[in-house]
Design a protein around this ligand. Structure first.
Ligand code: S3P
Length: 432
C-alpha cells in the first residue's frame, strides 16, 4: 500500500461524470445470486477490489461467476449445499463482505475461517458474532476481531433479534442467517439503516416483509431469478457533488445515482447549508429509487448535525469534513463514534490531515468541531483508507498549494477510476 499522489488544484469545470456502480448493492447482488441454483445476470456491477473479493468468496463456496461485457453471470450453488472452502476465506479490505457472509458461514455444516487485510483484521466483529451465538451458532474471534472461525452447530434456530447498533451490515448478516433457518425470524431495527438486502430479496420475490420497524423473514424461501441492474453509488458521487460545490464557477452532473432514503443524508445536509443541488429524472429501478444529480458552486454555511441522520450519511462524513473546512464558521458533528471503526479511525485520520493543511479541529470520542478556513496544502496520510484519500483529493482542488496524499492504493476498493475522473475534470495530478 504505497501509492502516493500529488494534486495541484484545477481550473473551474462543467462536465458530466460517470460514477461507478453502488458497492453495497453489488455485494448483496453477488451474494444472493450465489445462494440459488439459477442463472442471474447482474448488469452494471461494481468491479472494484471489495466486490472482486466477494466474487472470489462466493466462488469458493461453489458459485460459478463469469464476467461478460462488464456484467456478471452467476449460476449459484444452494446455500443448503455450499462447498467447504479448501483454504481460509480472504475478505480483503471489505468489512461488508466479512460481516454479510458470516451470516451464511455460521449456518453451514462445515468449519471455515475468514480473515482480511491489515485494516480489516483490526475491525470489530463481536457485533455480528454475539447475535449469531445467541441463535445457536458456534464461532470464535481473536479478541473480538478477525479471523472468525465457524464450526457446525445443531442448536441453530429461527429467532427474534433487535438491532441496537445502527448497522446495515449486522442487520444483513442476520437476514442471511434467517434465510438459512427453518421458520420465521424477525429483526427489529431501533434506527433505520440502508435496506438494500431487503429490497433486493423482495425484488426477487423472496418471502420477506417489513411491518413498522420489524423485518419478517420466512426461512428457506425461494427466489424468482431476474436480471439485477445496479444503480450508481451515491457515496462515490458525493466526492464530485462536493467538488462542484466548493470550486468556484463549477458544475457537475452525475446520472443514474441510487437515491435510497437511507443513503441521502448527505444531500439533505448539503441542501440545508445552502448547496445548489438539483435532482432530476426520479424513477424506480430494481425496487429502488434512481435519479440524476447536478451540483454547482454554492456559498455554504457551517454544518451542525447529530442523531439519526448520521447513519444516513456515515460513509460521506470524510467528504463532509472537507465541506466543513471549506465553509465559513465552526461546524459541529456529533454521535459519530462509529467512524472510529471504519477502514481507518476516520475521526483521527481526517483530523490529522486537516490540521496539517492548516484547519483547526477539536474532537471527542464521538464528535468533531471543525473551524472553517483556508486549506493551505501539504502532505497528508490517508492511512490506507479509500474515503479519506478521496476526501483529501477533493480538498486539493481548492487548496492554496498542492496536497500530497500518501497511501492511496485502496481507492480501488470502491472507486477504481476516481483519479481518472479527477484528471477528466481538469485536476493537475501526479502519481509517485
Ligand atoms: C454498509 C453499511 C455501513 C457502511 C458500509 C457499507 C453496507 O456500515 O458504512 O460502508 O453495505 O451494509 P455499518 O453497517 O457498519 O454501519
Amino acid at each position: 500500500m504505497t501509492q502516493n499522489i500529488i494534486i495541484n488544484g484545477s481550473d473551474s469545470f462543467d462536465f458530466e461524470v460517470n460514477i461507478p456502480a453502488d458497492k453495497s448493492i453489488t455485494h448483496r447482488a453477488i451474494i444472493i445470486a450465489s445462494m440459488y441454483e439459477s442463472k442471474i445476470r447482474i448488469i452494471n456491477p461494481l468491479l472494484a477490489d471489495d466486490c472482486l473479493s466477494t466474487i472470489e468468496v462466493m466462488r469458493q463456496l461453489g458459485a460459478t461467476i463469469k464476467e461478460e461485457d462488464a456484467n456478471l453471470i452467476i449460476m449459484g450453488k444452494s446455500y443448503k449445499n455450499f462447498s467447504q472452502p479448501k483454504e481460509k476465506i480472504y475478505a480483503g479490505n471489505s468489512g461488508t463482505l466479512m460481516r454479510l457472509v458470516s451470516g451464511l458461514l455460521s449456518m453451514q455444516d462445515f468449519s471455515s475461517e475468514i480473515y482480511g487485510d491489515k485494516s480489516l483484521m483490526n475491525r470489530p466483529m463481536e457485533r455480528i458474532c454475539k447475535p449469531l451465538r445467541e441463535i445457536g451458532c458456534k464461532l470464535d474471534t481473536f479478541n473480538g476481531s478477525p479471523p472468525i472461525k465457524f464450526y457446525p452447530s445443531s442448536e441453530k434456530k429461527s429467532f427474534e433479534y433487535e438491532n441496537t447498533l445502527a448497522s446495515a451490515q449486522v442487520k444483513s448478516c442476520m437476514i442471511f442467517a434467517a434465510i438459512c433457518l427453518q421458520g420465521k425470524s424477525i429483526i427489529k431495527e431501533q434506527i433505520a439503516t440502508r435496506d438494500h438486502t431487503e429490497r433486493l430479496l423482495s425484488y426477487l420475490d423472496y418471502p420477506i416483509k417489513k411491518v413498522d420497524n420489524n423485518i419478517c423473514i420466512i426461512g428457506q424461501g425461494d427466489i424468482n431469478p431476474k436480471e439485477i441492474k445496479i444503480p450508481n453509488d451515491i457515496s462515490s458521487a458525493a466526492f464530485f457533488i462536493v467538488a462542484a460545490l466548493i470550486k468556484k464557477n463549477s458544475r457537475l452532473t452525475m446520472k443514474n445515482i441510487n437515491y435510497n432514503d437511507r443513503r441521502i443524508g448527505i444531500i439533505k445536509v448539503l441542501k440545508e447549508i445552502g448547496a445548489k443541488i438539483t435532482i432530476d429524472n426520479k424513477r424506480t429501478e430494481t425496487n429502488d429509487t434512481v435519479v440524476d444529480i447536478t451540483s454547482q458552486y454554492s456559498q455554504l454555511e457551517s454544518v451542525n448535525i447529530n442523531g439519526e441522520i448520521i447513519s444516513d450519511l456515515i460513509d460521506e462524513l470524510p467528504i463532509l469534513f472537507i465541506v466543513c473546512a471549506a465553509c465559513n464558521g465552526i461546524s459541529q458533528i456529533s454521535n459519530i463514534e462509529e467512524l472510529r471503526y471504519k477502514e481507518s479511525d476516520r475521526i483521527e485520520s481526517m483530523e490529522k490531515g486537516l490540521n496539517l493543511l492548516g484547519i483547526k479541529t477539536e474532537s471527542t470520542q464521538d464528535s468533531i468541531k471543525i473551524h472553517g478556513g483556508k486549506l493551505k496544502g501539504g502532505i497528508v496520510d490517508s492511512c490506507g483508507d479509500h474515503r479519506v484519500a478521496m476526501a483529501f483529493s477533493i480538498a486539493a482542488l481548492i487548496s492554496e498549494k498542492p496536497i500530497t496524499i500518501l497511501n492511496t492504493k485502496n481507492i480501488s476498493t470502491s472507486f477504481p477510476n476516481f483519479l481518472d475522473l479527477l484528471i477528466e475534470i481538469g485536476a493537475e495530478l501526479y502519481e509517485s
